[in-house]
Design a protein around this ligand. Structure first.
Ligand SMILES: *Cc1c(COP(=O)(O)O)cnc(C)c1O
Length: 209
């Protein structure tokens, strides 16, 4: 489980760490970087923690992501992946990457189309400082378990097809607070859970300073 800590401050992350949680997801680059740094302050006992960037990425925001995060799940075009690879500091392990795929054709959403996915996976897998781990999707809310599951099964089929084509993907990131059961039943390997862990998000961004 990825605990999505967006809008919650470092104290909420520390509480989850104390309960054994090790992987955290952030949507907004600046908020995420501030939180990562705050939790690394000298003197603050820090747990081995993995940080995943799960929000939409613009090319002018790739450098702080490449510098501070361990994973990026929202890669949906080659230009972003190339920048992340170029900007990943030499001293760090490769950035772990999932391709965000727009499975249900939601018009307003980011994500590579299923048709364009194989070519993007091929190109990203050749970049030196990235390691392609799998797929991520955020389907539109659907009214029933079966409707949710049907969309997740499409993502699962794309994942299986890439592996049949020779990719060694191990991560299928799908399912959030409202649809995680359907995602798990369709083969999710990672659910990204915010509200069901931390409670409802405050309307205003919590300061992390
Ligand atoms: C906010 C967010 C989540 C968590 O959503 P909840 O409904 O709070 O569980 C998961 N994935 C992404 C990409 C998000 O932006």
């Amino acid at each position: 489980m990825l605990a999505v800590s967006k809008t919650f401050g470092p104290d909420a992350v520390r509480q989850a760490q104390a309960a054994g949680q090790r992987c955290f997801g952030e949507n907004y680059v600046q908020e995420g970087v501030e939180k990562i740094l705050a939790l690394r302050e000298p003197g603050v006992a820090s747990m081995p923690t993995q940080w995943h960037c799960i929000g939409p990425l613009q090319s002018n925001k790739t450098r702080p992501v490449a510098t501070h995060f361990d994973w990026v799940q929202s890669v949906d075009r080659l230009k972003i992946a190339e920048r992340l690879s170029e900007q990943r500091p030499e001293a760090l392990a490769p950035l772990q990457v999932c391709l965000q795929v727009n499975v249900d054709g939601g018009l307003t959403k980011s994500g590579v189309t299923p048709v364009e996915l194989p070519a993007l996976a091929e190109a990203v897998s050749r970049l030196p400082n990235l390691r392609l781990r799998g797929l991520m999707c955020i389907p539109e809310p659907a009214p029933t378990f079966e409707a949710q599951r049907a969309v997740f099964l499409q993502a699962r089929a794309l994942f299986d097809q890439l592996n049949a084509d020779g990719f060694a993907l191990d991560t299928l990131s799908m399912g959030m607070s409202d649809d995680l059961e359907a995602a798990v039943s369709a083969g999710s390997t990672m659910v990204r859970v915010g509200r069901a862990v931390f409670g409802d998000r405050p309307l205003k961004l919590t300061s992390v300073a």
